[in-house]
Design a protein around this ligand. Structure first.
Ligand SMILES: Nc1ncnc2c1ncn2[C@@H]1O[C@H](COP(=O)(O)OP(=O)(O)OP(=O)(O)O)[C@@H](O)[C@H]1O
Length: 730
């Protein structure tokens, strides 16, 4: 029996769907895919695509770089760094730091200071001391462990590659100090940093440190130009400008791997893929989908009509959630990090105390005068730990061997809809009924370690303190400390495991009709537990309506038919991707998930899936598509796939995803104009903001774009379906 190739059908069973989703995650970690078949037909235009360069690097053409090479660079750089902390030297702000190298730097500076105590030098020494403290502090930090599979490759730390950034590193003459890694991409690593510009006021920013290779630097320069247009457009009053990530600053930073462009952004939280995963690929509640859709469309309308910019890579990973009160959340996560560190130190202390009271074989140490007390007190804790922790922890003075690596684990900030308790507290904080100090005290009183108590009592106290400070207040956090049984893994993951699906307000989600709870007027929208705000990020592949850098655009699953067929494309390609994204938010599944077979390519399969969902391709695409004849014969039939099974969107939603007929119809009415195969006729973002399906978007009920018509195509927007040529650019 011939089955449909459309993703909806190929995801037949729930189990199958979830396993495909896992594969999807892996696939989508890769750079924008460039099919061999597509490459043949789409040589990059004047500009070399970073993705192509990346593929070369991966295939070893630019020379793989092993860790030994990295360590050589590390050493060379360290010598530079030590030299830079000389009595006469300027202050170095870069480079990996370790306890030993910074100690050495300090020793050198001490020796030198006896001869030449210059004020600048003293400043350098103080800075180095600070840096050392930060490194010592961080060396105990469980955050430094990371899952290799989910981070950038260490091979990319080489000249032309990533900068070996580290917590405490300073940038731009000490203005910015790195706090934690937020994420990474193929162009960059992204860090949370403190901005120390204003004395006495700490603000946080996200810093994107781009790989230093020329090809990445050029792409970053283009990205900066596009971001500056978005920031400085004279149309700032357009509501959509709020939904695009803003560039705050940019500069160069010199490091062992070269000169890196650094872009500074406002701080955001996790991306939409994280949200999709939190709902276990079963679809996120419509109350969120509608807000996200409206904001996404507003952002695109602003980008297309007011800035002349095409994103070209709209997908869940590139849309990030706002975290609202950034400073409050950073404060909270830093306190929780401190708790984790305190707990680890305490565990170590317990292990050491216990070990000094018993021989390595578990026999009480004859020299110990208080072993009975210790054994009794820690019997429920230290012995538990011995079973769950590795043995080396029980050897006095031993520490878990630390891997030497330049890579730091990513720790995105938690999503804003964490827990009612946190929000309640945060609201008091925002509205001024609780001062920063009070909040700090309220957190600290729960997190501080008791002193002068027995280890067992300490552990119980800590248990309670952690319990009340984290577990109780953050329902999404696993029961990290339970009856003295400490699961480090759970604890380490607790920050990123705040789960809006588990927050009190959302128990039982998904639901499109969750009641709203006490709202806080932030001067913008009413913010409550059902509010979500997003921003479109990563303009690294964006281009101008009148200057396309390449025709190899969009991540496979979100790629528009005109791009597949090699026909002209423009702003409307973003609308296609937006529809694919929204479908994924609603259902948790990809709309199109093409694969290759024995007799057909991924592109064949992709086109077949589109036809099964939407019908025959329009004549325009077959006539304009440079590759149309590769896929279709003269009778306009697919060459490599003979039978298609039509399955309209409305039916898919009803039959596979159990939407009611009315709901299915409403969603289809909203999405189909965006999935119009002829890019000239595709509905524009501004008009779609006015769609009835979005009229009850929570907190945005009255938001419309009055100068655009619902279902109207964007054909009047310059560069809507093809690159505008023959005039001075932009
Ligand atoms: N402003 C921000 N606030 C918080 N986290 C961010 C911010 N910008 C980026 N990130 C995090 O860093 C990750 C990488 O960012 P981004 O996608 O911009 O980098 P890239 O190197 O251009 O990646 P890509 O491979 O997608 O081109 C994001 O997925 C996100 O987790």
């Amino acid at each position: 029996m011939q089955s449909s190739r459309f993703s909806g059908l190929s995801h037949g069973s729930e189990t199958h769907s979830l396993s495909l989703t896992h594969k999807d995650e892996c696939d989508r970690c890769a750079e924008i895919e460039i099919d061999v078949s597509t490459d043949e037909f789409q040589p990059p235009k004047a500009k070399v695509q970073p993705q192509l360069q990346l593929q070369k690097m991966r295939s070893g053409q630019t020379g793989p770089n092993g860790s030994s090479n990295d360590s050589k660079l590390f050493k060379k750089y360290f010598v530079d760094k030590v030299n830079s902390v000389s009595p006469n030297g300027g202050q170095s702000q870069q480079g990996p730091a370790t306890k030993s190298n910074l100690s050495l730097a300090l020793q050198q500076s001490d020796m030198a200071s006896q001869h030449q105590p210059q004020p600048l030098f003293l400043q350098n020494k103080l800075a180095a001391q600070e840096e050392l403290n930060a490194v010592i502090d961080d060396s105990d930090d469980s955050d430094s462990s990371y899952d290799e599979k989910n981070e950038e490759s260490s091979k990319d730390y080489r000249p032309g590659g990533y900068h070996p950034a580290y917590k405490g590193e300073k940038y731009k003459s000490g203005r910015y100090v790195l706090v934690r890694k937020l994420g990474w991409g193929h162009f960059s690593t992204v860090w949370l940093a403190r901005d120390l510009r204003s004395v006495g006021v700490t603000t946080h920013v996200a810093m994107k440190i781009v790989r230093s290779d020329k090809v990445y630097s050029e792409a970053a320069q283009d990205e900066i130009k596009l971001l500056k247009r978005i920031r400085s457009s004279t149309e700032q009053e357009h509501l959509g400008s709020r939904y695009i990530l803003k560039l705050l600053d940019n500069f160069y930073h010199e490091g062992p791997n070269g000169e890196h462009i650094v872009m500074v952004f406002e701080v955001l939280g996790e991306n939409l893929l994280a949200l999709i995963k939190k709902y276990e690929h079963r679809g996120i509640p419509l109350v969120y989908v509608k807000q996200i859709s409206k904001q996404l469309l507003l952002g695109l309308d602003y980008m297309h009509r007011k800035c002349g910019v095409i994103h070209t890579d709209i997908k869940p990973e590139n849309v990030l959630m706002e975290i609202g009160d950034v400073e409050g959340i950073v404060e909270m996560v830093e306190l929780m990090d401190k708790q984790k560190r305190d707990l680890k130190r305490f565990q170590r202390k317990c292990s050491q105390d216990f070990s000094s009271a018993v021989s390595p074989m578990g026999v009480p140490n004859a020299n110990s005068t208080n072993h009975n007390r210790i054994r009794r007190d820690v019997s429920g804790t230290a012995l538990e730990m011995s079973s769950s922790s590795s043995l080396h922890q029980m050897v006095p003075g031993s520490r878990r061997p630390r891997r030497h690596t330049v890579i730091t684990g990513s720790q995105p900030l938690p999503s804003p809809l964490a827990s009612a308790n946190f929000k309640e507290m945060k609201n008091q904080f925002i509205t001024g009924s609780m001062s920063s100090q009070q909040w700090q005290n309220s957190m600290a009183s729960k997190s501080s370690l008791p002193s002068h108590t027995t280890p067992g009592a300490e552990m119980n106290e800590l248990s309670n303190s952690m319990d009340s400070a984290t577990t109780a207040r953050y329902p999404g956090v696993p029961d990290a400390v339970n009856g003295g049984q400490i699961n480090e893994g759970q604890l380490a993951n607790s920050l990123s495991s705040f789960d809006i699906s588990q927050s009190e307000d959302n128990v039982g989600a998904p639901s499109s009709n969750s009641p709203t709870s006490g709202s806080v007027d932030t001067g913008r929208r009413n913010v409550d537990s059902n509010t979500i705000e997003i921003k479109i990020a990563d303009l690294g592949n964006a281009c101008w309506y009148d200057e396309h850098y390449t025709s190899s655009i969009q991540t496979r699953e979100y790629r528009a038919p005109e791009v597949l067929l090699g026909a002209p494309w423009g702003c409307s390609a973003d609308i296609w991707s937006a529809a694919c994204l929204i479908f994924e938010l609603i259902t948790g599944d990809l709309l199109f998930e093409p694969d290759e077979g024995h007799s057909y390519t991924k592109d064949d399969d992709h086109i077949a899936q589109i036809m099964e969902l939407l019908g025959d391709l329009p004549h325009y695409l077959l006539a304009e598509g440079r590759y149309a004849r590769t896929f279709f014969n003269s009778r306009r039939q697919l060459r490599n796939i003979s039978k298609l099974k039509h399955w309209p969107l409305k039916n898919v939603l009803h039959e596979k995803y159990n939407f009611s007929l009315t709901e299915s119809q409403d969603v289809a009415d909203f999405l189909l104009p965006m999935l119009q195969m002829d890019p000239r006729k595709r509905a524009d973002a501004g008009g779609l903001v006015n769609h009835p399906w979005l009229s009850d978007a929570h907190g945005m009920e009255n938001v419309t774009v009055p100068d655009r018509v619902l279902y109207g195509s964007g054909a009047d927007i310059p560069g809507w379906y093809q690159e505008v040529k023959g005039h001075p650019k932009h």
